[in-house]
Design a protein around this ligand. Structure first.
Ligand code: GLP
Length: 261
């Protein structure tokens, strides 16, 4: 696992957007897996800037969603499909025909989960999956003690995650659904490159457990330790509890440019 410590969220967003742009230049129809939440927004803004300036062409790019609330109508402004449409597809000029996502309003949720895993496989798999992290170490919506080999399935959110996400629902935790569909940890690990982005002191403990803690389902993000190409991009605050921070800085500064992240 590579850990890159950046000065702030903007720098992290530019670094990750630059990596996505390089991928798209190499593979114009790359399938990018995107996450929701506040953290990835600087990535999408930096990538949209590159599209506007003509530095990258997203006309053949494809986008896959990581997770979704169960029971929200697809056109609800806080369904993750709406969020991805608003924050990613529209700014990047990518149409819904190039979008893959689970159907959180399906009557048969289990079938929708299986269909989504199959659709990802049929599409050739995700080239780069961007991840955020919950304060409890969740990735996607894989809460603590999720199976490390899980597939896309329904999960029940912890009260902490519902409270963390209440800010998107007028601060009212009662509006936050209890159930979600999430790519499983096994599904996430199939992406060819995983990039986890975390900013702020509130994520420092989860990041230390992810990077330096034992591989354990109690911290789902620690599953990144199993992936041959996982990059963790953190600002100084989120890196605050890393014992190996100096080594990570040293390794990054001395890395040959051609390697990228
Ligand atoms: C939600 C999403 C995750 C995201 C997490 C953190 O739970 N399902 O994919 O990583 O929120 O969000 P934020 O980046 O806003 O802290």
């Amino acid at each position: 696992m590579e850990v890159v410590i950046v000065p702030d969220a903007k720098a992290g967003g530019e670094l990750i957007a630059g990596t996505m742009a390089q991928l798209l230049r190499r593979r114009p129809d790359a399938l990018l897996g995107v996450a929701t939440g506040s953290t990835p927004l600087p990535v999408y803004q930096a990538l949209a800037d590159q599209v506007r300036s003509g530095a990258v062409d997203t006309s053949r790019a494809r986008i896959a969603q990581l997770d979704e609330y169960v029971g929200l109508p697809v056109d609800h402004p806080e369904s993750y499909r709406s969020v991805v449409r608003r924050e990613v597809l529209e700014p990047l000029g990518i149409g819904m025909d190039a979008f893959l996502g689970p159907d959180g309003s399906a009557e048969d949720v289990q079938a929708a989960c299986e269909a989504y895993d199959k659709a990802l496989g049929d599409a050739g798999g995700i080239d780069l999956q961007l991840l955020g992290i919950g304060t409890d170490g969740h990735i996607g919506f894989n809460e603590p003690c999720s199976s490390l080999v899980s597939r896309t399935r329904i999960k029940t959110l912890t009260e902490q995650t519902r409270m963390d996400n209440a800010r998107f629902f007028e601060g009212d935790v009662d509006q936050v659904p209890h159930h979600v569909i999430t790519q499983g940890i096994g599904t996430i690990l199939e992406a060819r490159h995983l990039v986890l982005f975390a900013t702020g002191e509130g994520k420092a403990e989860a990041i230390a457990a992810t990077v330096e803690g034992p591989l354990a389902a109690v911290c789902p993000a620690s599953a990144l330790q199993l992936h041959p190409h996982a990059t963790v991009v953190v600002d100084e605050a989120a890196a605050g509890k890393l014992k190996f921070a100096d080594y990570f800085r040293y390794a990054h500064v001395n890395k040959p440019d051609w390697q990228g992240i």
